[in-house]
Unconditional design. Structure first.
Length: 278
């Protein structure tokens, strides 16, 4: 089968079902879920090594990570969201297999110039990274606009995986909208691939320098309040308090909001969490 029919085949599978599920695929799903939980729950020690999964991160963030700067722990809600994402991604690969597509090289180790990582898998011979995404981020996968707005460095990550996987020159993202359940496959075009050899050379130089690189991103306006907040790319960074020591965190109903400048105080009903309480 070809990956071009992947989404249609998964839709057919979940709509019509099967006479009998494949025991081997169910066992692999269970093992994948177990390993995901272990990764999330065990060994919380900060990794100071460059890895394939983080080569797309901004230079300042990488500098902090690789030079042993202690990062801020994630909020419990955020960590649970990441765990949920891993479980969803494991389910996606089960559906791919049950739909009749070939899945190989699961968590296969690759490396470029000493930087190691693990690809999610190959589907029908193509390197695939599985992502669970917000409704907003999902549209970038669906419309193919991720290369134009890639705050988490996914394009560098997939470029590295494709470059480092022997016998591969094609790949893409299998993405799921966590809110709606919609799925899409976004192939990575050659023109959008990151020059990974150049990127690796750059970041190896950056993390060894004594000076901290400049801030990755500037704050964005928080509606019409006059307040300024961190964008989504900075909100999930472990080192946001290093960049913004006077940052203020407010727990809005939709999600946490990190304000760098407060022109108008949020309503009294919106709780503020002090830095030492995070």
């Amino acid at each position: 089968m070809k990956i071009d029919s992947l989404i249609e085949d998964i839709h057919t599978l979940v709509t019509e079902g099967v006479e009998e599920t494949t025991p081997k695929f169910l066992e692999e799903l269970g093992e994948s879920i177990k390993n995901s939980i272990k990764r999330q729950m065990e060994n919380r020690k900060q990794n100071t090594n460059l890895r394939m999964s983080n080569i797309g991160k901004p230079n300042r963030q990488l500098w902090y990570e690789c030079n042993g700067t202690k990062g801020e722990p994630l909020l419990p809600d955020t960590r649970i969201k990441f765990m949920f994402g891993d479980l969803v991604e494991a389910l996606m690969l089960y559906l791919v297999k049950e739909a009749g597509h070939e899945v190989t090289h699961e968590q296969h180790e690759v490396q470029i110039k000493g930087i190691k990582g693990h690809i999610d898998c190959k589907i029908d011979g193509k390197v695939v990274d599985v992502k669970s995404a917000s409704a907003f981020a999902f549209q970038k996968f669906k419309n193919g606009t991720l290369p134009e707005n890639d705050p988490f460095g996914y394009m560098a990550q997939i470029s590295g995986y494709i470059h480092a996987t022997e016998g591969s020159n094609e790949g893409g993202f299998l993405a799921l909208n966590k809110q709606s359940g919609a799925i899409t496959y976004m192939p990575v075009e050659d023109m959008d691939m990151v020059n990974i050899e150049k990127r690796v050379k750059e970041i190896k130089k950056v993390v060894k320098q004594k000076e901290i690189p400049g801030r990755c991103y500037e704050p964005v306006a928080d509606g019409k309040s006059g307040n300024m907040k961190l964008g989504v790319n900075c909100s999930y960074c472990d080192f946001k308090w290093e960049c913004w020591p006077k940052l203020r965190l407010f727990l809005y109903k939709d999600k946490p909001r990190y304000l760098t400048h407060v022109e108008r105080e949020p309503k009294d009903t919106i709780p503020e969490v002090k830095h030492n309480e995070v």
